[in-house]
Design a protein around this ligand. Structure first.
Ligand code: HMG
Ligand code: MG
Length: 301
């Protein structure tokens, strides 16, 4: 049986826009976030407080939060942001934000490329970040990247992913998001990984799935995770996105494609698909290229 309802965790403004060649003006980003919120998405990750030289596309994070608070009030402070370290946490605290997400790597190579740390050193960076965030009453999500494969290392053993995920979760996270950063995962692998996490003591309620659609597997992987009982799914409006530090990480699972699937299965999601499609079609125009989402193309053609 399938879950009655799921939570869609929207990552388009962050995972999507961090990877765009063009730098999107802050006002356009604010419009994008508030239209996604208005379309009924319950969680919208708005930006990243990472080093501005590493991700120049999101260097305006503080200004964007100001713009969102002007427009949406306190709701904007509930929107999660990516934070890699204490410096990022300080910047988020200055803005009064309530939800942060740390992002760890299941592999050595990607830890070095994305965080400038070894696999082990990443925990030393996250530990004081999460501790101080929790002391300040913030909620912390933890991503794990390269859960299904790594472009430099190839296959990634399930035990290695579970070990890293468990360590990140135990720092004090409320949820672990399992990332198929390069989209190579398939449905059987999803089931095996989720069973291994359950056996390691993480119930489905603590887990979210973060699929990229590089190999066209994201929807089928989502079905496998739904059948397993997962109730939080990350997705990106219009299928924008990737990761600038992961070779070949193209678009995320498109939120519209996920919504279409869920509606067809009778799983509640609370999103207004028409409002979402028109938002993504507008954003595609701003970016000057068509949306890679099949549902956006079909519904806005
Ligand atoms: P580093 O160079 O090792 O940093 O970068 P450092 O700690 O050595 O500090 C160097 C300087 O940077 C210092 O300044 C710091 O203050 C400053 P100085 O004293 O020299 O003047 N600094 C900062 N400034 C602003 N904000 C900060 C910050 N931190 C340090 N937060 C670091 C280490 C982690 C910062 C860097 O590697 C980084 O920013 N990485 C982020 C990469 C990134 O954002 N990748 C994309 C997101 S992950 C993703 O997309 C995957 C995901 O979607 C899931 C999936 O698909 O798998 C989540
Ligand atoms: Mg991602």
């Amino acid at each position: 049986s399938l879950p009655r309802a799921v939570t869609i965790y929207e990552v388009g403004p962050r995972d999507g826009l961090q990877n765009e060649k063009a730098t999107v003006p802050t006002a356009t980003k604010a419009r994008f976030v508030s239209r996604l919120h208005a379309a009924g998405l319950p969680v919208v990750e708005s930006t990243s407080f990472v080093h501005p030289k590493w991700v120049p596309q999101l260097a305006d994070a503080a200004d964007l939060v100001d713009a969102l608070v002007d427009e949406l009030g306190d709701v904007a402070r509930e929107m999660p942001v990516l934070v890699p370290n204490e410096r990022g946490l300080d910047r988020a605290l200055e803005k009064g934000l309530r939800h942060i997400a740390i992002f760890g790597s299941a592999t050595e190579t990607f830890a070095q490329r994305n965080l400038n740390r070894s696999l082990d050193e990443q925990f030393a960076m996250f530990e004081p970040t999460v501790r101080r965030a929790r002391e300040a009453g913030l909620d912390v999500r933890a991503y794990v990247s390269m859960c299904f494969g790594d472009p430099w290392e190839g296959g990634v053993p399930v035990e290695q992913v579970v070990d890293v995920g468990r360590r990140l979760f135990d720092l004090g996270a409320s949820q672990l998001s399992l990332g198929d950063t390069i989209g190579t995962g398939t449905a059987g692998h999803v089931g095996a990984l989720l069973r291994a996490f359950n056996e390691a003591g993480l119930p489905n309620e603590s887990l979210a799935m973060h699929f990229h659609d590089t190999y066209g597997q994201a929807l089928s992987n989502a079905v496998a995770a739904l059948r397993h009982g997962i109730t939080t799914f990350d997705a990106s409006a219009g299928g924008l996105g990737g990761c600038p530090y992961a070779k070949s990480a193209t678009g995320n699972l498109a939120t519209e494609d996920l919504v279409w699937l869920l509606t067809g299965l009778g799983v509640e999601h609370g999103v207004d698909l028409d409002a979402l499609v028109s938002t993504s079609a507008w954003m595609a125009g701003e970016l000057g290229r068509p949306s890679p989402s099949a549902v956006v193309r079909a519904m806005s053609g």
